[in-house]
Design a protein around this ligand. Structure first.
Ligand code: NAD
Length: 335
């Protein structure tokens, strides 16, 4: 049993704690949160210890590994602490909002053999991974275009948007990673457009955008389009398509059920889409824990690591720079 402690008992930390608790080859070693009541609640519910500090987690002989689900500005510090303690770490995305901090963290942990896995959960979704498997089996041929649609059901609260680091670092970061995962070739050029159509005042105040499109090309000319909106009234819209010389693979949306109803006035009426990430990616979050446990148990590198977090953030920086300068950005300009 791999004894995993969870740091951060907020929205996503609670879910990770429950997934570890339910995992057949893992044990929830305990939890910690700076908000004591949050940790207390999870500790009581699952009957596990509550740690007194983050350092106590890393110092404990009862902890084999850590899952970091705290607020973003703490991630790089906790990755460094995990490496210093020799404890494998599964850290939520993003590593940090600042490329400088990510580079500094990379330098500090360079050469470590302590496994660090990044929480790009969508790679573990059976549908999205199915697109990758179809490509891997050669069914799609040479991939020419990847199209990713990712729209939240509704805009997050103002307080969240204000500290999110902006749509590209907070939301599109998942799609940048998915684009790299599916394309299997690094992107060289990034072009982005952004609009303030849903919450213009808040977006102007935060110098952010609620509606964006990104196009990216690889050195060989392969193309990717990402479409993001902070509000889709029909639910959490998550689709991935790969188009190639031999065919196409599509990962579709998930609805509450697959029933389709027909009447005099409509056809193909279906249940709304699952509403947000905890429901839509429930299977992927559970599989992510499984992949982490597998990697640690078999001493193999985690399937998605620190470098993937770094590269996704570089693509986010390039997208921001593209809007600022009104032109495509070569990745070499942000590296
Ligand atoms: N993979 C995904 O799809 C996904 C989805 C949502 C959030 N996230 C990421 O997960 C992280 C947490 O997001 P959330 O929505 O759960 O936020 P949240 O605010 O609900 O929870 C964060 C928790 O961390 C605690 N915390 C803050 N600093 C701490 C510290 N130094 N030590 C211990 N605890 C500390 C807070 O008290 C809070 O309880 C963010 O980095 C976010 O980007 C990832």
């Amino acid at each position: 049993m791999l004894k995993i402690a969870v740091l951060g008992c907020g929205r996503i930390g609670r879910m990770h704690a429950e997934n570890i608790y339910a995992h057949p080859r893992a044990e929830l070693a305990g939890v910690f949160d700076v908000v004591d009541a949050a940790a207390q609640d999870v500790a009581e519910k699952l009957g596990v210890p509550k740690f007194e500090s983050a350092q106590a987690v890393f110092d404990s002989a009862q902890v084999d590994a850590a899952l970091v689900a705290t607020s973003t500005p703490t991630h790089a510090d906790f990755i460094e602490a995990a490496v210093a303690a020799g404890k494998p770490c599964l850290c939520e995305k993003p590593i940090d909002l600042s490329i400088a901090r990510v580079k500094n963290c990379a330098a500090k942990i360079a050469g470590t053999d302590v496994p660090i896995m990044l929480g790009f959960v969508r790679r573990f979704d059976k549908g999205h991974a199915g697109v990758w498997h179809a490509i891997d089996r050669g069914e799609i041929g040479d991939v020419h275009q990847v199209t990713i649609t990712s729209r939240d059901p509704d805009i997050a609260p103002d307080a969240y948007i204000e500290v999110s680091g902006g749509i590209f670092r907070d939301m599109t970061i998942h799609d940048f990673d998915m684009a790299r995962f599916i394309m299997g070739e690094e992107f060289e050029k990034v072009s982005a457009i952004g609009s303030r159509l849903i919450s213009p005042n808040l977006m102007t105040h935060c110098n952010d955008y609620d509606t964006v499109m990104v196009t990216m090309t690889t050195r060989s000319g392969k193309q990717c389009v990402i479409s993001n909106s902070r509000r889709a009234v029909y639910g959490y819209d998550q689709r991935v398509e790969a188009f190639g010389t031999k065919g196409m693979a599509i990962s579709e949306n998930h609805a509450e059920n697959n029933t389709r109803t027909y009447s005099e006035t409509f056809t193909d009426k279906k249940a709304p889409l699952l509403n947000f990430f905890i429901e839509r990616y429930a299977q992927a979050f559970a599989s992510e824990i499984d992949a982490f446990v597998d990697a640690v148990e078999t001493s193999t590198p985690p399937p998605v690591g620190f470098d993937d977090g770094h590269k996704a953030l570089l693509l986010a920086e390039a997208a921001i720079m593209s809007i600022t300068h009104g032109r495509p950005i070569n990745l070499s300009e942000v590296e």
